[in-house]
Design a protein around this ligand. Structure first.
Ligand code: SAM
Length: 301
């Protein structure tokens, strides 16, 4: 089987199997060898590596991965693609194909089974309709990961990479940057895919931190604060936290915490860095108990 990363070879396979694209699965297949090579290089795949590929399609990138890695597990939801993959990947003994929905899999068990629980590399041209749940799932479930190198919608890559003071900055930027160091490898135009997506794409590499860049006593609390701040983006940080049912602190506590960071009372959440959100969370963790007990004392007086 010839390598697939060209328009001609891809069309040949699609016609042979009379493959019908399923829009609901976000199917846009890569047909540019330069982009494929760039992804493999950016992920720094070596013969030592175990790679998880999400959504192999007809196996275009899987072939490149199989050439460069020790073992590849490719998880594809579309049952119609499985017999195609079995043929396009027939000459590789180091590829396992799994017909599953990636969001329903226990990836920690998969890494345990195939790589003795040691860190893996994740490579994918992701289905855009579920980019965020896939990436956040990999990061938040603490799947042992070295790096994630993925094609995503350009706008989403920008959101993952930016800092405070830009319109793209939000909860996704902070969540990604708490767990990983993002780096945009390349911007990829629609004509590198078949069919062409309506939007531009980017390859982004997320290198997992061994130790997070900020120290937070209660990461769950920090993410609650982040969500509350960005749910009401146009409100001040103080009102955003006050109005959120997820945040249990009084108006005074919130005022104190904001003041303790040296911020102005009218500051908006979107102006805060990851470090400042961590500081806010730590302030609440350290002072909330004390405040709660002093409130009880005041009541009993
Ligand atoms: N890797 C191929 C390529 O680059 O040509 C295909 C990429 S295409 C953008 C996304 C692939 O993910 C499709 O093959 C699609 O069927 C698959 N997919 C969509 N949702 C999925 C899910 N929940 N779990 C696993 N695969 C999924």
């Amino acid at each position: 089987m010839a390598t697939l990363g060209t328009p001609q070879n891809t069309i040949e396979v699609l016609q042979k199997y009379q493959f019908a694209f399923q829009k609901k699965y976000g199917q846009n297949f890569l047909i540019d060898t330069h982009v494929l090579e760039k992804i493999i290089q950016a992920a720094e795949i070596t013969k030592e590596d175990f790679v998880l590929e999400i959504g192999p399609g007809i196996g275009t990138m899987t072939q490149y991965l199989a050439e460069n890695a020790r073992h590849v597990v490719a998880v594809e939801i579309d049952a119609n693609l499985i017999s195609i993959l079995q043929e396009t990947l027939a000459s590789y003994e180091n590829v396992s194909i799994i017909n599953q929905d990636i969001l329903k899999m226990d990836l920690n068990s998969l890494v345990q089974e195939y790589n003795d629980g040691k860190p893996v590399k994740v490579v994918a041209n992701l289905p855009y309709y579920i980019t965020t749940p896939i990436i956040m799932g990999l990061l938040e479930e603490h799947v042992p990961i070295d790096n994630i190198t993925v094609m995503v919608q350009k706008e989403v890559a920008d959101r993952m990479q930016v800092g405070p003071g830009t319109k793209d900055y939000g909860a996704l930027s902070l969540a990604v940057q708490y767990y990983a160091k993002p780096y945009i490898v390349a911007n990829v135009p629609p004509n590198c895919f078949i069919p062409r997506p309506k939007v531009g794409s980017s390859v982004i590499r997320l290198t997992r931190y061994q130790i997070p860049p900020v120290q937070v006593q209660d990461p769950k609390l920090m993410f609650k604060l982040i969500r509350a701040s960005f749910n009401q983006r146009r409100k001040t940080l103080q009102n955003g936290l006050n109005n959120s049912p997820e945040i249990p602190f009084s108006k005074e506590m919130i005022q104190d915490a904001i003041e303790s960071l040296g911020l102005l009372p009218a500051v908006r959440g979107e102006a805060l860095s990851l470090e400042q959100f961590a500081g806010l969370a730590n302030y609440f963790s350290e002072n909330f108990d004390k405040a709660a007990s002093s409130a009880t004392t005041t009541t009993s007086l």
